[in-house]
Design a binder for this molecule. Structure first.
Ligand SMILES: [Zn+2]
Length: 318
């Protein structure tokens, strides 16, 4: 059976695994991403990770013939370059990702955005397996998504599709003033539905507990009214966005991932109830389900792209 390498390159961690043609992760390694040391160091760290995976694969007698990279940032998957990125990885914009990694590892390579990779993994082998249209939404530190149609994420004309955190939310206003968003805009879904958005709301409402969104969830579940209000608004914003997007795209299934999806029933039930209130009648039976593959989703999705590389004549993507 063929084996390829899938890489999930994020702002805090770079993880990679040897993946077989059926999507099983044979083994995986991860390292911290030196995200504030510049693109050159980030690429070299990823290349070292790939070489260590190649070495271990060789020790086990496995032949690895391609590399797929799911990376933070807007990724031109045709050129294998970083179109744009936030400061989560310093200097990432403009990096010729696949050219650099192929030069350093000898493997033909392909790249796509990490959220698209995550969604592709879930659509291939996880909660979206077996249907031809999957809407994936990830809610955690940020809010992102991907619509996977016939096994391929819809990446858009400029590879920017899937930014589901950045459209207007009726929940992202206070006294008529839109909340500032991480993208530079205001009044967007991410400003209220993300973990930091919920924590910021909790603080604005007068909540005094230290910690993070997990602590807000714990307090809400224990009956703290301020924490409950913040969690309720964040979950409602998520549900409202999910319901509206489902009406636009009419997917066979909605897969919800990210840390908030696994916070607990208080978040999930509010999110799902709000989403279902938005749905048009033909979508009444739409399944809204949690992601299944955890941290291996993006590795497997990136590997899926790499497996498609191996079917074309050697050298045409190098
Ligand atoms: Zn925004």
């Amino acid at each position: 059976m063929r084996h390829v390498i899938g890489i999930d390159l994020g702002g805090t961690k770079t993880a990679g695994g040897i993946v077989d043609a059926e999507g099983n992760v044979v083994f995986s390694f991860s390292v911290a991403t030196p995200s504030q040391s510049g693109a050159e160091e980030v690429v070299e760290t990823a290349a070292r990770l790939v070489r260590s995976l190649q070495d271990e694969a060789a020790r086990r007698g496995l032949a690895v013939d391609a590399l797929g990279i799911g990376s933070a940032g807007v990724i031109d998957s045709g050129q294998g370059t970083v179109v744009s990125a936030t400061d989560a990885i310093l200097g990432w914009t403009g990096t010729p990702l696949t050219a650099e990694l192929t030069a350093r590892t000898g493997l033909p390579s392909t790249a796509l955005n990490d959220v698209h990779a995550h969604a592709l993994g879930e659509s291939w082998l996880g909660a979206g397996a077996g249907v031809d249209s999957v809407l994936f939404i990830g809610l955690g530190t940020g809010v992102g998504g991907s619509y996977v149609l016939n096994g391929e994420p819809v990446e858009g004309a400029t590879f920017t599709a899937g930014h589901v955190g950045h459209f207007a939310s009726p929940f992202a206003y206070e006294a008529g003033v839109p909340l500032a968003c991480s993208c530079g805009g205001a009044g967007h879904v991410e400003a209220i539905a993300s973990g930091p958005g919920i924590f910021a709301l909790y603080a604005r409402l007068g909540g005094s507990a230290a910690g993070d969104t997990r602590e807000v969830y714990r307090l809400a579940a224990a009956g703290d009214p301020v924490a409950a209000e913040a969690m309720h608004r964040g979950a409602s914003a998520a549900g409202s966005a999910i319901g509206g997007l489902a009406n636009i795209l009419d997917p066979a299934v909605v897969v919800v991932g990210g840390g908030l999806a696994f916070a607990g029933p208080l978040w999930w039930e509010t999110m799902e109830r709000t989403a279902r209130r938005e749905l048009l009648r033909p979508l009444t039976e739409l399944p809204i389900v949690p992601a299944q593959l955890g941290e291996t989703a993006a590795i497997r999705g990136a590997a899926r792209r790499a497996l498609s590389l191996t079917t074309v004549p050697e050298g045409s993507h190098v």
